[in-house]
Design a binder for this molecule. Sequence first.
Ligand code: COA
Length: 192
Amino acid sequence: MTLPPDAPSPTDVSIRGRRPRDLPTLRRWLADPEAAWRKWDAPYFHAASTTAAMQDYVELLGTRPPDPNERVIDVGGVCIGMVNRSEEAPAGGGWWDLGILVYDPAHWGRGVGTRALELWVTATFEETNAHVVTFTTWGGNERMIRAALRLGFREAGRVREARVVAGQRYDSVRLDMLCADWERAQRESSGL
Ligand SMILES: CC(C)(COP(=O)(O)OP(=O)(O)OC[C@H]1O[C@@H](n2cnc3c(N)ncnc32)[C@H](O)[C@@H]1OP(=O)(O)O)[C@@H](O)C(=O)NCCC(=O)NCCS
């Protein structure tokens, strides 16, 4: 990837638990039905149900302690997105599905998502019983697919033409990473 000269360095990107001062940013981006991310993150769901789900989520945010299965993405002390994960049933089966959202399109295509995903995959393998992790997206979301492939994820499957976005059909795409492969790649890249 050729990054713009002013792109943040990988060390500027971190993931951390939510702090009270993040709430206004989270509320602003998540509650906005016109936000650009809505066209990319599962845009095949009915917009009204996504808006309602986001409003419920935003209302609960300030009342609940941070969820260990969610983190905010921090660049230079500012919350610019979030990562989350959920365990596929049955509990204890070792399969977790991951999600990521960088809110502001001004931050897209600058390496932030790839770095945040790398941190989140590492954290998930360290903190959970995950044997395998996945991302689930749609064929039009090239940034998501390329970021996952760049980290060594493999395409696990496509359901052809399963999703409709703006009147056009796209494949549903799932990408996977085994814990053993991730740990081997991390060892190799650190020269151990
Ligand atoms: C998907 C997302 C997390 C990716 O993060 P990002 O910071 O934009 O991604 P990066 O800059 O790290 O990497 C993007 C990759 O896509 C490529 N890319 C950038 N802009 C692109 C574009 N307009 N079209 C196609 N590919 C593009 C980059 O070159 C890079 O690939 P490479 O490493 O092979 O060169 C982010 O764009 C986002 O949050 N989008 C909105 C919400 C969303 O789609 N979430 C995922 C739901 S499954």
